[in-house]
Design a protein. Structure first.
Lengths: 196, 196
């Protein structure tokens, strides 16, 4: 296999990138100065060699403990449990959450052989049992697997004195009632809030 | 900038990849074994270091002369002129063309400062003048810039005894007459073919 074919094949392994896009990316890079291509290669190598899960929360970091876990201004008493690092990035970008995180590394999916031991659930329970955590916010995805994971976590944490909450279900802002699915609408109705 | 941010930024420089997709790709790679990420990095480095334009036709290759130009079974008398290597790949994949190629490296675009000297036009003229080329097939894109480039090439090759042809204009197979643009339809009508 030629170098070009090899690069196309590697690009095509990435999610959401088919063979055509992989070709387009490869031919684009062939048009760029070699330094530009090397820079992307260097970034990948750096990530492959240096980035590891934080030993406390599991979020990827170059240090032993990530920036958020080692930031004294972040409240260690509130832990937001998410499925993956992408969710940490979203919460950080769009809210002013000042607690810390716990990254599970996915959701329960028995059919794919992903049980509780494949996720960072034991370390979460240890972390909560260990001490100062007053509230665990369950922020798994609002999907079937995410809900199942959330339910499992509730049970795993039930024996501990910590408060457990989950993100509110309701209407997405900017949506149109006509297009809201029935489950969401039913949640929004049940959890209706008093305004006056 | 962290290693993760750096990789997101590099991915986001690629065409058709916005910041969200760049994040998704990066987080996907964080989930993969380090060897997988290193493999992509190695492929990129190989391409950056080894791939150069073929000295005859300009198509990217790891050798001095590309596989097509050095294949004795490919007819050197027929040269298909294309804008970029992606077109070579398409023609190779979808037709049984057995001639050779000449890759211009883009199209004329005076507004972007891309004149004839920025493309491999002089080497094409030299190649045709040099000898055994009986037919030059102009296969630039059917866009305004591609057409302009094609016209320029016709003039550049006019003094030489070589036959110059271009790809047929007409209805795309599988299209619907209702949605064909008027220029294409007008071409198809002018170049109508006798069937009986």
């Amino acid at each position: 296999m030629s170098a070009i074919e090899g690069l196309i094949a590697e690009f095509a392994r990435l999610p959401g990138i088919g063979r055509k896009t992989a070709q387009r990316l490869t031919y684009h890079l062939l048009d760029q100065p070699a330094e530009q291509v090397s820079k992307l290669a260097t970034c990948l190598t750096t990530v492959a060699e240096r980035v590891r899960p934080c030993s406390v929360c599991g979020n990827p970091t170059e240090a032993e403990v990530c920036d958020i876990c080692s930031d004294p201004r972040r409240d260690p008493a509130i832990v937001c449990v998410v499925e993956d690092p992408a969710t940490v990035a979203v919460v950080e970008r769009s809210t002013d959450f000042r607690g810390r995180y716990h990254v599970l590394g996915g959701h329960l999916s028995p059919l794919d052989g992903i049980g509780p031991e494949a996720l960072r659930i034991a370390t979460l329970v240890d972390r909560v049992r260990g001490g100062d955590v007053h509230e665990v916010i369950l922020a798994t995805n609002p999907s079937m697997e995410g809900e199942a994971t959330s339910t499992y976590l509730q049970q795993a944490l039930a024996a501990l004195p910590t408060k457990v909450t989950r993100l509110a279900r309701g209407l997405p802002v900017g949506g149109d009632l006509e297009y809201v699915d029935s489950v969401t609408l039913s949640h929004a109705l049940t959890a209706r809030q008093e305004v006056q």
